[in-house]
Write a protein that binds this ligand. Sequence first.
Ligand SMILES: [Zn+2]
Length: 56
Amino acid sequence: MKQFACGSVVPGCVATFEGADEDAVLQQVAEHAKRDHGMDEVPPEVVAQVRENITG
Ligand SMILES: [Zn+2]
């Protein structure tokens, strides 16, 4: 199980995600980023940061 804490990339955000693989986590992160961080699309550099901070 892969896990990611949004606070690793967005200081102060307490949202956490888990999924079977990185892509499953990234999909949830994209939805969260759009809803809660106003990102219509997650920029590639943010995706890279997310991938670096996925654990598990
Ligand atoms: Zn967040």
